[in-house]
Design a protein around this ligand. Structure first.
Ligand SMILES: [Zn+2]
Length: 157
């Protein structure tokens, strides 16, 4: 918390996230757990946090400060909300962290589909996500994904 506030005082560039915009009351595409987590961390942290992909292709939410990463596993936040712990990782501990620069802009637009652009994961509240017509379904969260159900028969000997 202290780190983020000091950085803002130094003219820290805000990350573009508007907390009010991702309130789950605005739509089921927004994670209630992520919202609660960010509210609990406080405005300064929320204004400074970014999403990074680590060397193992895992998404992390947090702040980079002098090489140290103060953050949490993004999917853990989605699953466990305020129970998910924020840890301080020494420089290099998570490999090269690549910031996903458009993350918050995308998340504010399409919610959790920004985390799962391929539409292969399942989330809490998935039952609000898909409109099913016969063997096809379309994503109501982003309005952008259509999938056709494929049936595969496997022979077991
Ligand atoms: Zn979608």
């Amino acid at each position: 918390m202290k780190i983020a506030i000091e950085k803002q005082a130094d003219g820290f560039v805000e990350n573009g996230l508007g907390l009010a915009a991702i309130n789950p009351r605005n739509g089921p595409q927004f994670s209630p757990n992520l919202y609660r987590f960010l509210k609990r961390k406080g405005q300064a942290w929320a204004d400074a946090c970014r999403v990074y992909r680590d060397a193992d292709n895992i998404l992390r939410i947090g702040l980079l400060d002098d090489g140290w990463f103060h953050g949490a596993w993004l999917m853990g936040v989605l699953c466990y909300g305020t129970l998910e712990q924020v840890w301080a990782h020494p420089p290099g501990n998570l490999g090269d962290l690549q910031e996903i620069t458009d993350f918050w802009a995308d998340y504010m637009r399409i919610g959790r589909c920004a985390i799962d652009t391929e539409h292969i994961r399942s989330f809490i509240g998935d039952e609000t996500r898909w409109a099913v017509h016969g063997d096809e379904r379309s994503c109501l969260w982003c309005g952008n994904a259509h999938q056709k159900l494929r049936t595969r028969v496997e022979e077991v000997r």
